[in-house]
Ligand binder design. Structure first.
Ligand code: ADP
Ligand code: MG
Length: 326
């Protein structure tokens, strides 16, 4: 089974950033309001994610690292309209098979917490272990037992960059959640929790800098069962680049050519250029209109009605940009 998990790890775990993503998404699924992420050496030496979510009962710790054991889906029907971020039940076993892995947790009503250690896919017995409410996952020495993959890891700075990019994208989508990131013992990022819509710009500035927030335009548009809201940078904004493009479908960050094309075209038609517009946009639609199950790790979606989505995004932006130019 260790081998099966290591093969799955090849799909799910590409680098430290993919581990951070899986662990943080689990924390969010568990209802965390605050998530602490401690990293060492770009996450290769250590990734420790602690949350204040619901926790895992001691007797369920082994299940959490067992293959295809997910507590999030009860039926095939659920799979159709999956609301939680994780749903395959393969992240933890995959990660645990290629690292020195520790899962510690405590649920409400339990006097003390418990802890499960897994080394290279082999789980030790669950032991009592003091822990605050919530869960801590520790991943040490990623790929220590898969040298071929370890060789593909890049410099500390590069791996940290991937982690911070992903966290930035998450911070934009989940403004109510506090995120603290430390690297080699130093606090490197702190996204403070946003209590209401009015504070949302603060989170935007924490993530993208105030060059963006000083010049951006707010979008809010709904039609044909679709809703688009967010912010787009105006061409006067000091610097916009491809890494300031954030698009979310039902709260999930995606990269999609239909979307990118619609945005670029709206900019081009109103402002006569559309090379690298900066934007943070959220599309909400009926979950049945979109297939997120395309690839476990890549941020791809498939819209059932691509042309409708394209048209809707194009129109929303075109209207807003034209209004701002007038
Ligand atoms: P999935 O998220 O697809 O269900 P994972 O392998 O990521 O699969 O996690 C397995 C299970 O472990 C989850 O279904 C959940 O029950 C439990 N779990 C993992 N991380 C946490 C966490 N931070 N808080 C509470 N439960 C967790
Ligand atoms: Mg998961």
């Amino acid at each position: 089974d260790t081998l099966v998990n290591q093969i799955a790890a090849g799909e799910v775990v590409e680098r430290p950033a993919s581990v951070v993503k899986e662990l943080v998404e689990n924390a969010l699924d568990a209802g965390a309001a605050r998530i602490d992420i401690e990293l060492e050496e770009g996450g290769v030496r250590l990734i420790r994610v602690r949350d204040d979510g619901g926790g895992i009962p001691a007797d369920e710790l082994p299940l959490a690292v067992a293959r295809h054991a997910t507590s999030k889906i009860a039926s095939l029907e659920d799979l159709e309209r999956v609301a939680t971020l994780g749903f395959r039940g393969e992240a933890l076993p995959s990660i645990a098979s290629v690292s020195r892995f520790t899962l510690s947790s405590r649920v409400a009503g339990s006097g003390h917490g418990a802890r499960l250690e897994v080394e290279g896919g082999k789980a030790a017995p669950v032991l009592p272990h003091p822990h605050p409410l919530g869960t801590t996952v520790e991943v040490r020495d990623l790929f220590y037992n898969v040298p071929a993959r370890r060789r593909f890891l890049r410099a500390e700075r590069t791996e940290l960059g991937h982690i911070e990019d992903w966290l930035r994208s998450l911070a934009l989508a989940r403004p109510g959640v506090e995120l603290r990131v430390s690297h080699n013992g130093r606090l490197s990022r702190h996204y403070r929790p946003v209590a209401d819509a009015g504070e949302r710009l603060r989170r935007l500035a924490e993530a993208l800098g105030d060059d963006f927030t000083r010049q951006c335009l707010q979008i809010e548009h709904a039609a044909s069962g679709l809703r688009l809201y967010g912010w787009v940078g105006l061409p006067t904004a000091a610097r916009s680049s491809a890494d300031q493009q954030f698009f979310y479908v039902n709260g999930r960050a995606v990269r999609d050519r239909t979307v990118a094309h619609a945005v670029r075209q709206a900019y081009a038609d109103v402002l006569f250029h559309g090379r690298h517009p900066a934007f943070v946009l959220f599309l909400e639609c009926d979950p049945r209109q979109v297939d997120v199950n395309v690839h476990p790790a890549k941020h791809e979606v498939r819209f059932r009605e691509q042309r409708l989505v394209h048209e809707f995004i194009y129109r929303s932006l075109h209207e807003a940009l034209a209004g701002a130019r007038a």
